[in-house]
Design a protein around this ligand. Structure first.
Ligand code: ADP
Ligand code: NI
Length: 227
């Protein structure tokens, strides 16, 4: 039976429906709500960047966490493979599939000392959107949700900030959740590509700083000392 090529809008809608169905109910911080936020903010950031192709941007945003290495025994090709399988089924152009795969391959944070440059403007947009969702109030909530999912303590003042300069050590990290602020979250503001994302990050970063200062104050009971 001859098939008619889907429009860009149909491809995006069908991909959103597929990812939504796959991720509903996920409790580890990789839920549909995260993907939806990254999708919407990628769309907004791409609108400020004429070089970014909207179809590639939206598909990469929707599929960026579809098979994260953290949940696939460290297999870094699981994500690109799953995205290719889905998009091939929709008969999306090979060149679009390749660009989406590249973004998924490049997007992840791999430790503070490991550079993760993005090779395309669409990739810069989606990485920025993903990173904006890791800071601010949502970022704090996601970090503690992830730590809880892994059974980690909130904080341990004995554990000095641990900074990773290889992907291997970052992957094997089991430090309490507050360490994640020092090994990643507080540095994201400086690692954004687009001016629009940098603007949004100011307030979100400030919130991280405020949260952390108050958390540590309460941890030591410093506010009680003022009674
Ligand atoms: P992203 O979706 O931004 O690529 P990740 O996939 O690395 O981020 O992680 C998903 C969420 O879980 C993010 O909010 C991230 O900061 C958080 N997270 C990842 N690793 C840890 C950790 N070791 N402790 C606490 N939170 C973490
Ligand atoms: Ni993500």
């Amino acid at each position: 039976m001859p098939t008619t090529a889907l429009s860009a809008e149909q491809i995006i809608t069908q991909t959103a429906d597929f990812v939504r169905a796959k991720f509903l109910g996920e409790g580890s911080g990789h839920d549909w709500a995260h993907i939806r936020r990254v999708w919407l903010s990628s769309r907004a950031l791409a609108a400020t960047l004429p070089a970014a192709d909207p179809l590639v941007t939206e598909l990469a945003a929707l599929l960026h966490d579809v098979a994260d290495w953290k949940f696939h025994a460290g297999d870094e090709e699981a994500g690109p493979r799953a995205a290719r399988a889905w998009l091939t089924g929709l008969q999306v152009d090979e060149s679009v599939i390749q660009r989406v795969e590249t973004i998924i391959r490049e997007i992840s944070f791999k430790g503070l000392g490991v550079p993760t440059p993005m090779s395309t403007p669409e990739g810069e947009v989606v990485q920025d959107a993903d990173r904006l969702d890791a800071i601010g109030a949502i970022g704090v909530a996601r970090a503690f949700a992830y730590g809880g999912h892994k059974g980690r303590p909130l904080h341990d003042p004995e554990v000095a900030p641990i900074i990773h300069d290889s992907f291997e050590s970052y992957k094997q990290n089991t430090a309490p959740t507050v360490n994640h602020f020092y090994e990643k979250l507080l540095h994201l503001r400086e690692r954004l590509h687009t001016p629009a994302a940098r603007r949004i990050a100011q307030e979100r970063h400030q919130f991280l700083e405020t949260f952390l200062a108050q958390f540590l104050r309460e941890w030591e009971g410093a506010d009680l000392a003022e009674l």
